[in-house]
Design a protein around this ligand. Structure first.
Ligand SMILES: [Zn+2]
Length: 385
């Protein structure tokens, strides 16, 4: 494994690129962002979109804000409603693994004075899809991403609302594909290139056992309908400097709650708290790529200038790779109809043998892990309430 010289991201991360100096694409962009981006011009462009779509019709909404109950949701509503004086329709996709904290944060967000639609897809079809994505790609969250990225354009067409205000552009924040980092819109081109979808659409997943009609909310609407609407799905994070830490402080004023017991598997007590699946999803990065949420979060802290690389290395060595709570795994297994033993059999299939080796005692370790020594995979479960 090769690590970025400035942060602690390894070259096993999908879509990351290292330049000749050994610096990753996310660090290069973070440095550029501080200097080169004309934020005033971008904010002016954002304002012009809001002005274009703000309506005087009391029966209509000005924009859709996709929300989950996570760290960015309340902040997105704050930007839309309080900063740009828009009348947003909040739209959530109800995963069958939404946490009580996620539910609380959605309620708090509604109480800012917005309408909300909670979309709950057919659980039979959805869990069939989830079983497939888990067994085929070791990914339990793929259906959730496929759903939210397709539900929003569907609702836009059905309700006749062209403007959508998404939160961050993950390629920009975490260092994805270079050509996707400077993308201002979350359209189909953008999400089809996301590693998380494995290049597959709902139509690709459908078969005799899983008819498309059982996963309707995962289907992208007709392009003609979107063009006729003037569909405009913007990333707020492209137009405004994005810092989750600052955003959360604003969200808390509106009742957003952090996780009282502390971070579930990264550094932030405000992240990964709205859905059980996302925690399992992150854990699989540990098996596939040899890093997990502490690495992701520590890299972000380095780029924001709040952590040194040395401190980050220490954190990664001490804490990265913690397993998801047992209850999350048990719930997940129940949903897709497998046993916990089968879960770990699947997990083992996705352990990347380029990254993981066995020592003389038959214990797994990451070869060339950051900091030098061989470190075995022996982190305990953390129990959720
Ligand atoms: Zn880096």
């Amino acid at each position: 494994m090769r690590y970025c010289k400035l942060c602690v991201i390894p070259d096993t991360r999908p879509n990351i690129h290292f330049n000749e100096e050994g610096v990753c694409s996310a660090c290069v962009l973070a440095a550029q962002k501080k200097q080169e981006i004309d934020w005033k011009a971008r904010e002016a462009e954002f304002r012009s979109y809001c002005d274009k779509y703000r309506t005087k019709d009391p029966k209509q909404w000005d924009c859709i804000v996709p929300v989950s109950g996570g760290k960015d949701s309340t902040y997105q509503i704050h930007i839309a409603k309080n900063v740009y004086k828009m009348n947003p329709l909040a739209v959530t996709f109800r995963t069958d693994a939404r946490t009580p904290l996620g539910e609380h944060n959605i309620k708090a967000l509604r109480e800012m004075g917005v309408d909300q639609i909670d979309i709950t897809p057919n659980p039979v079809g959805f869990n069939k899809l989830r079983k497939k994505t888990f067994e085929e790609f070791g990914d339990c969250s793929l259906p959730d991403h496929l759903a939210i990225w397709n539900i929003i354009p569907q609702i836009a067409v059905k309700f006749g609302i062209p403007l959508v205000l998404w939160g961050e552009n993950p390629d920009m924040e975490y260092g994805g594909q270079a050509d996707l980092q400077q993308v201002s819109k979350l359209n189909r081109d953008w999400f089809r290139h996301q590693h998380i979808l494995k290049g597959k659409t709902a139509e690709d997943w459908a078969d005799a056992d899983l008819p498309l009609s059982e996963i309707k909310f995962c289907v992208y609407p007709d392009e003609k309908d979107l063009d006729a609407l003037g569909y405009t799905p913007l990333f707020i994070g492209y137009y405004h400097p994005w810092d989750a830490d600052q955003n959360v402080k604003i969200s808390e004023k509106y009742g957003f709650q952090r996780r009282k017991k502390g971070p579930i598997m990264g550094l932030y007590d405000y992240a990964d708290l709205d859905c059980e699946h996302i925690v399992i999803h992150h854990y699989f990065k540990w098996l596939k790529f040899g890093f997990n949420r502490i690495t992701d979060n520590a890299c972000n802290e380095i780029r924001k200038g709040r952590l040194t690389r040395e401190e980050a290395v220490k954190l990664v060595r001490e804490k990265d790779g913690v397993k998801p709570p047992k209850s999350f795994i048990e719930n997940f297994c129940k949903r897709i109809g497998i046993t916990v033993e089968q879960f770990w059999e699947v997990a083992e299939k996705f352990r990347n043998h380029e990254v993981w080796k066995k020592d003389e005692n038959g214990e797994w370790y990451i070869d060339g892990w950051i900091g030098g020594d061989k470190v075995p995979d022996r982190f305990p479960y953390e129990e959720e309430d």
